[in-house]
Design a protein around this ligand. Structure first.
Ligand code: GTP
Ligand code: MG
Length: 188
């Protein structure tokens, strides 16, 4: 998949007409620090389309990026970072659930990003449950596989695969691994 154009459109914190756009939305969910923003940069072949950093809790809005004028990548804030104040955490949680439950895009694919060293958490299970109930399309990305050896990669992928009925794709945003499989899976 060649990405010729990738533009930041806007960041939202509530109702906005962009959520009703006709363009499909590929929306990245996951706990704080799993590498959602880094993954979008890697997929788009841009070093800093999206701000990512060593400071977890970086993404505070729902950011829309227009890709090839064909679809949006939607970068969501992460949930659960302990050093973010409880008030802010609750606000982010509400924002994430609002986007998931209250917006009605014409076409959307949810991408649930996990940290390979952590696997599925209760937070991820909550997102999976909502996706199942709402009959949403979803792909699970297991990121940061560069941190594991071959054997442990297989253990984690097998475990996550056994815990969900959705496709599971191993990636490393850092090393640029898994890009082709991601696009093959999402645009099957
Ligand atoms: N080793 C390794 N580090 C990664 C990888 N992907 C992301 N990181 C690092 O993980 C940290 C968090 O990355 P972000 O992309 O900001 O994570 P995020 O999920 O967007 O975080 P929030 O915006 O807080 O939700 C950064 O220090 C990245 O460099 C990966 O594939 N491998
Ligand atoms: Mg982020």
């Amino acid at each position: 998949m060649q990405i010729k154009k990738a533009d930041f459109v806007k960041g939202i914190r509530g109702t906005d007409p962009i959520t009703d756009s006709e363009m499909p939305q590929i929306a990245f969910f996951g706990r704080s620090n799993v590498g959602k923003s880094s993954t979008i940069n890697m997929l788009a072949n841009r070093k800093s389309l999206v701000k990512s950093s060593g400071t977890p809790g970086k993404t505070r809005e729902i950011n829309f990026f227009r890709i090839n004028d064909e679809y949006f990548f939607v970068d969501l804030p992460g949930y659960g970072y302990a050093k973010v104040s409880k008030t802010e955490r609750d606000k982010l949680r509400k924002l994430i659930l609002w986007y998931l439950r209250e917006t009605k895009p014409q076409e959307r694919i949810l991408i649930l990003v996990l940290d390979a060293q952590v696997g599925l958490t209760d937070y991820d299970r909550e997102i999976l449950d909502i996706a199942i109930r709402r009959d949403e399309s979803l792909v699970v990305l297991v990121n940061k596989i560069d941190k594991l050896n071959q054997k442990n990669r297989k253990v984690v992928i097998d475990k996550v695969t056994s815990e969900t009925n959705y496709p599971v794709v191993p990636i490393s945003a850092k090393k640029g691994k898994g890009r082709d499989l991601f696009f093959d899976t999402v645009f099957n």
